[in-house]
Design a protein around this ligand. Structure first.
Ligand SMILES: Nc1ncnc2c1ncn2[C@@H]1O[C@H](COP(=O)(O)OP(=O)(O)O)[C@@H](O)[C@H]1O
Ligand SMILES: CC(=O)N[C@@H](CCC(=O)OP(=O)(O)O)C(=O)O
Length: 292
């Protein structure tokens, strides 16, 4: 394709999204190598340069697993949530806030962007409380103790508004704080959805390691380009959406139905510049979910 044509195709989208907030959740599975990390950071910087306001929420599940193993601890998950004892919480904060957050900030800086690294504790962005989790056992609902796993009580946008309005790119780790000042480990997808709703974001973009939501999880050619909330609810009921994709679509539904977010996108961070292709082309590259 003619290079100028490619750029011109982006023009209506650049106009449409000027000054709009995009919350981008950068998942641990998408942070695979230097190239993939560079593409994502470059795309975020370009979004900022064309007048979009990106806000980054990151995960880092695989790196937390590796760190836990180094400390002789075995990662354990219940319905996709990491069982988090005190020692694990320290490892989670060390890896997410202490390492990955700073790396993303540096990489954005390397490509010309001004990012500010924060945990959800900073400025009390994520007011959290302990999450109570119930599972089905022998046909009965029983409570399981996930330790220091939290859920959002409230997102405080004050600090984020200041940063966004002064042209910074906030980069947030999914650690919350409760009224007493205790820290909690939260699922990064859920946090991204909550922050997107609180900021009244135009888009919530989830960067992961699969091409989008697939009809058949083993066949990438079955990726859905566009889905509505009711399509997603049907796929959930049919058991076609599993594992780590469940919290993603749950937060997508919540952000679209009650958060005022216009669209949620699930894209593959391993594809070069997937973010730009999804946002600035008609056909996109991943799955776009809308309310109707
Ligand atoms: N219908 C589906 N379409 C695509 N992926 C699916 C589907 N159902 C389950 N998945 C799984 O969800 C995973 C993405 O979630 P997860 O591993 O938690 O990613 P991340 O670390 O990026 O948050 C995929 O790798 C895939 O195995
Ligand atoms: C409670 C809980 O499970 N928290 C997650 C936080 C990181 C995360 O969500 O990372 P990904 O997006 O890379 O999966 C965890 O400890 O792994």
């Amino acid at each position: 394709m003619n290079k100028a044509k490619v750029l011109l195709e982006a023009l209506p989208y650049i106009q449409k999204f000027h000054n709009k907030i995009f919350v981008i959740k950068y998942g641990g599975h998408a942070m695979i190598d230097e190239n993939a990390k560079n593409y994502t950071a470059q795309d975020i910087v370009l979004l900022k340069y064309v007048g979009i306001k990106p806000v980054i929420v990151h995960g880092g599940g695989p790196e937390i697993n590796r760190a836990m193993e180094k400390f002789g601890k075995k990662p354990e998950f219940i319905h996709g949530l990491r069982v988090t004892d005190e020692e694990t919480l320290n490892i989670v904060e060390m890896v997410l806030t202490g390492k990955i957050n700073g790396e993303i900030v540096s990489r954005i800086f390397k490509f010309g962007g001004k990012a500010v690294g924060l945990s959800g504790k900073s400025g009390r962005i994520i007011l959290a409380k302990k999450k109570r989790k119930f599972i089905e056992k022998d046909g009965k609902k029983v409570e399981v103790d996930l330790g220091r796993v939290g859920e959002t009580v409230e997102i405080n946008t004050e600090l984020l508004d200041i940063l966004i309005n002064n042209n910074y790119i906030p980069v947030i780790s999914p650690i919350g704080i409760d009224e007493k000042g205790d820290a909690y480990n939260l699922n990064a997808d859920t946090v991204a959805g909550d922050i997107a709703s609180a900021l009244k974001a135009e888009k919530l973009i989830l960067i992961t390691d699969v091409d989008g939501i697939m009809e058949d999880i083993n066949d990438p050619s079955t990726v859905y380009k566009k889905l509505t909330v009711s399509d997603v609810k049907r796929l959930l009921k049919e058991g076609k959406i599993k594992g780590g994709m469940i919290p993603k679509v749950e937060c997508a539904i919540k952000a679209l139905e009650s958060g005022g977010v216009k669209s949620v996108h699930i894209i593959n961070g391993k594809i070069p510049h997937a973010l730009l292709v999804e946002i600035f082309t008609e056909e996109g590259i991943g799955t776009m979910i809308t309310k109707k």
